[in-house]
Design a binder for this molecule. Structure first.
Ligand code: ZN
Length: 296
């Protein structure tokens, strides 16, 4: 059973708590290696990547789930995405020196959104995450408590080796238990989880971690799901992007590079080339969302 690039769902049956644990290794290295990220941003990107997978744990995903944070400060963009095929990608953009620590609630004009849906079919749901915590985990936790009206606990951590996320949610009350008993059980799980240090979270294989923490809580593990780095870019999508820029921009791009446009995907470094004939051809086409060539 893999211990890296894996998502585990579990139940703490006696306590009425469900959980998801994500542990990323190689998939995280792929994302982290795309740019020379400052350490503080490297950690934030790892946390966001783990979180994007973590949040798919208990939903029926059709399309992608993305976490996107934009600000007008030194941190311009933090983006992470997980698809229904369990493929992960992410990136960050920054400008100048980043504040340390990188407190999300202190970023100027910061907006964070979780977007879930299928771009091809135009079915998307977007929720805004209030940034009232310095860390990503606290902000996401708050979002879940507000949107689902159920207590939640989220832990995120990343270093050079791994990006890890743990999420716990109290299950909806089915009427069989006294509410006070449920609260006791939830508090007990929260206290057990609070004993977990960052090093232990990053350095322990998933099953070992869950049994170590919750061995007295009858942990029920579901079949784990393999995760992997993957990019959904395609020539069709790049063509749509160029088309959306309009003729003047495309002409300027052609002129700047000897009648050729090169687009390099920031997520996966795939290069796409368009000569003048290609460019004129794509400008003459009508945008056709869902056309077969946008799928790869
Ligand atoms: Zn790509």
């Amino acid at each position: 059973m893999p211990v890296e690039d894996v998502l585990h769902r579990f139940l703490l049956e006696r306590a009425g708590v469900r959980g998801t644990l994500v542990r990323l290794g190689p998939a995280w290295h792929e994302v982290a290696g795309r740019a020379d990220y400052p350490p503080v941003l490297h950690a934030a990107l790892g946390e966001a990547l783990a979180a994007s997978a973590l949040l798919t744990g208990n939903i029926k995903l059709d399309g992608t789930l993305s976490i996107e944070l934009k600000s007008s400060g030194a941190l311009r963009l933090l983006f992470a995405e997980c698809t229904d095929q369990s493929q992960l990608r992410g990136l960050a953009r920054w400008n100048g020196s980043l504040p340390e620590p990188l407190a999300l609630d202190a970023l100027p004009d910061a907006v964070m959104a979780i977007t879930i849906g299928n771009v091809e079919r135009g079915q998307r749901y977007q929720g805004l995450v209030e940034l009232q915590h310095a860390g990503l985990a606290g902000s996401l936790e708050n979002y879940f408590v507000q949107s689902e009206q159920l207590p939640a606990r989220i832990l995120l951590a990343a270093d050079a080796g791994h990006a890890v996320g743990l999420m716990l949610q109290k299950m909806p009350d089915e009427g069989g238990h006294a509410a006070a008993l449920d609260d006791d059980a939830w508090n007990r799980i929260v206290q057990l989880t609070a004993t977990l240090g960052v090093e232990e979270l990053l350095g322990t294989a998933p099953e070992q971690l869950l049994y170590r923490l919750y061995h007295e809580e009858s942990v029920r593990l579901f079949e784990p799901r393999a995760l992997a780095f993957g990019c959904s870019c395609s020539r069709g999508r790049v063509s749509s992007m160029l088309r959306s820029l309009g003729r003047d921009e495309v002409e300027a791009a052609l002129a700047a590079r000897g009648d050729e446009i090169e687009v390099i995907c920031e997520f996966c470094a795939q290069r796409y080339h368009f000569d003048r004939i290609d460019a004129l051809h794509l400008l003459s086409e009508h945008a056709a969302p869902g056309a077969p060539d946008t799928e790869q």
